[in-house]
Design a protein around this ligand. Structure first.
Ligand code: SF4
Ligand code: SF4
Ligand code: SF4
Length: 246
């Protein structure tokens, strides 16, 4: 296969737990086929080689330092196509929890006497800094969804992103709604595509895939209150993963 048929791809990690890269590495059976289709030139969790020559950049993590802002800008300049991998990159993710507190307090609590040496800014999704061409949602991303996206990419098809709420997946999975069990859920405003896995396994939807397009947040806020959640609890629930509409 000639090189122009096998574009170079790089995977980058910003502020994150790197669980989304692990989700890709966990697609073990598909990895040989993936490597026939792209040449991976950067992937910190899987190889030590590094190159700045790539067409496709997969970016995991949110930006939370000035250095990261400069680095993600440089990556955008080099790449033809940028994919945001996971909640940290698409909505800011759990990193945004620190934005609820004064930054000096956050640094002091985490780093103690070394807080003065830490440079940090409020966490945010990468599209607050650069243009993003495609988003893979979730915390972590779904391996199944990554492989479907990858197939679309190499076939030259427009990748599809589910644009309906998790409740649809949940009903298709045959779950009893958690509101019937005295629990709270943000599935009605959250983008589907995860098969409502958290509800299926006994929890609730926490909103890791970000909001569906045009979510009726006000209506869901009222529903959560009607079921007994305080105003503060409602705000925290709707904003757990950054609350950015994606
Ligand atoms: S989205 Fe979740 S799994 Fe992925 S890097 Fe961020 S915290 Fe980790
Ligand atoms: S449990 Fe959550 S995701 Fe499932 S139907 Fe109820 S509100 Fe929707
Ligand atoms: S059910 Fe909700 S929290 Fe769980 S994976 Fe799906 S979107 Fe994320």
């Amino acid at each position: 296969m000639r090189d122009f048929e096998r574009p170079k791809a790089a995977f980058f990690s910003f502020t994150s737990c790197e669980g989304c890269q692990l989700a890709i590495l966990s697609c073990e059976e598909a990895l040989p086929e993936i490597l026939k289709r792209i040449e991976v030139v950067n992937f910190r969790e899987a190889m030590s080689e590094r190159s700045d020559d790539y067409k496709i950049a997969f970016i995991e993590g949110s930006v939370s330092t000035e250095e990261e802002i400069a680095r993600v800008t440089k990556i955008r300049e080099r790449a033809d196509f940028v994919v945001a991998l996971g909640a940290c990159a698409t909505t800011g993710g759990l990193n945004c929890l620190k934005n609820r507190f004064p930054m000096d307090d956050v640094k002091r609590i985490v780093y103690g006497k070394d807080a003065g040496q830490i440079e940090t800014v409020p966490a945010r999704p990468i599209d607050s800094v650069i243009k993003v061409d495609y988003r893979l949602h979730g915390c972590p991303i779904s391996g199944k969804e990554f492989l479907a996206f990858f197939a679309d990419l190499v076939m030259g098809r427009s990748p599809r992103t589910p644009n309906y709420p998790v409740c649809v997946d949940c009903k298709m999975a045959g779950n009893i709604c958690v509101f019937e069990k005295g629990m709270y859920c943000v599935g009605p405003v959250t983008r589907a595509g995860c098969d409502a896995i958290c509800v299926t396994y006994g929890s609730v939807c926490w909103g890791c895939r970000g909001y569906v397009d045009d979510p009726n947040v006000n209506a869901h806020r009222e529903t959560l209150k009607r079921y007994g959640l305080t105003a503060k609890g409602v705000a925290q629930k709707l904003d757990l993963y950054g609350g950015k509409k994606q």
